[in-house]
Ligand binder design. Structure first.
Ligand SMILES: *Cc1c(COP(=O)(O)O)cnc(C)c1O
Length: 402
């Protein structure tokens, strides 16, 4: 049986009335993910303004980097201007070169693909698995055995003749990818592992924070992420030498000196201003609390969707603890073509909702990129719907029977 337009009123009604148990009309509208500033934000920003330390150096930048590294359990965190800059500098520092191919998920936010192209490298699109929504290690392994060969200069794509130099898995909505399998694959294939952990602060794989598995990892603190600095990002690494290089490159590669301006590399102005880091310090203090609240919200959705026909809730993979950055449901396959109409109905009812990103392979800039068959990414992207996920939704009254 295939879903038709006549199923739309029934499905929308089922979904909206179920969600009303959790998201009462009186409390709305409910944005998808609203920033929440409930700690020392004003005090710290005020301090920056009063002392004049608003820009690219200052004590909050140092403190944010220290506190962030401690929370994530990494040796070094470098605060940068945004998550996209973090991905760019991560790829650069890991030695990705012009005309290299970089394996990235077809199902990701466009920044992952854009950052690869900033280096003149070529995104090579790979499929995801339905459990984590992240890169499918087993399917990728089979595919690489077929199309690539390990030579002294690295892994070579036998079809294009180019070097495949890195893999950038992305932890979709905060659900950790299967990092054990992906790390093993990268080791066997001589690929550099770089994590796009932009959505994954506070997510753990086998008890280890995301971002600890790659040579480097990128975080984002954009306004819609779990914690925000307005705009911002960070690079995480356990390689202190690489961390120092990244700090240097993101600060115009200026050689320290009392007054001279001397630079020893082509550098970037990718610093996080002290004002934004002040916000970040205050947000980090509240991170544990936000994560607890976000898991309460996810648990409510999970229980709610056990009894809603036509939809299934996307749960964290069994081996992990997700931050549940964005909650997601999958529409039954037979009704996938009604996705946009259902999203429209949700938004009209004050329930912030959106589809997952269009696949990279469907975008004009990336449509000719090399790509493995991606049946799972195609399936997921056709029927996934994100739902309101702000921490404060946990403060709404608990739905009956949940
Ligand atoms: C948010 C995000 C980014 C980019 O972060 P910005 O801070 O917006 O530049 C990169 N990758 C993914 C998967 C993201 O969700």
């Amino acid at each position: 049986m295939s879903g038709t337009a006549s199923d739309l009123p029934r499905l929308s009604h089922t979904l909206i009335s179920a969600l009303r148990e959790m998201l009462p009309e009186s409390g709305g509208p409910y944005p998808l993910h609203a920033p929440e500033f409930e700690g020392h934000e004003l005090e710290y920003v005020d301090d920056c303004i009063k002392t004049g330390w608003v820009s690219s150096v200052g004590s909050y930048v140092d403190r944010f980097e220290r506190d962030l590294a401690a929370f994530c359990g990494v040796k070094r965190a470098v605060a940068v201007s945004n998550g996209t800059a973090s991905l760019h500098i991560s790829l650069l520092a890991c030695g990705v070169k012009r005309d290299d191919e970089v394996l990235i998920p077809d199902l990701t936010f466009v920044a992952t693909a854009n950052a690869v192209t900033y280096l003149g490298a070529i995104p090579h699109l790979v499929d995801c698995e339905s459990t984590s929504l992240g890169v499918d290690a087993a399917a990728l392994d089979d595919y690489l055995k077929e199309i690539a060969a390990l030579r002294p200069e690295g892994l070579i794509n036998k079809i294009t003749g180019r070097r495949i130099s890195a893999l950038v898995p992305m932890h979709t909505f905060g659900h950790p990818c299967d990092m054990e399998a992906l790390s093993a694959l990268c080791e066997r294939c001589h690929l550099t592992l770089i994590e796009d952990a932009a959505e994954a602060i506070g997510s753990f794989y086998h008890g280890r924070h995301c971002g600890n598995f790659g040579k480097v990892a990128a975080l984002s603190f954009n306004g819609n992420k779990t914690i925000t600095t307005g705009g911002g990002g960070a690079v995480l690494t356990n390689d202190e030498e690489l961390g120092a290089l990244i700090k240097h490159l993101t600060t115009q590669a200026k050689v320290p000196h009392a007054f001279r301006f001397r630079h020893d590399h082509i550098g970037y102005n990718y610093r996080m201003p002290n004002l934004n880091a002040a916000l970040g310090c205050a947000q980090l203090e509240q991170l544990e609390r936000k994560l607890t609240l976000k898991r309460i919200v996810a648990a409510r959705y999970e229980r709610l969707f056990r009894k809603v026909a036509g939809f299934s809730f996307v749960k964290e993979p069994p081996y992990c603890k997700s931050n549940y950055w964005l909650n997601a449901i999958l529409l039954d396959r037979s009704c996938a073509e009604l996705r946009d109409d259902i999203i429209t109905a949700l938004n009209e009812n004050g329930i912030g909702s959106r589809p997952v990103w269009d696949l990279m392979s469907s975008l004009p800039m990336f449509k000719d990129c090399p790509r493995m068959p991606c049946p799972v990414a195609e399936d997921i992207s056709s029927r996934l719907i994100n739902l309101p996920s702000s921490p404060k939704l946990a403060n709404l009254p608990e739905p009956d029977g949940v």
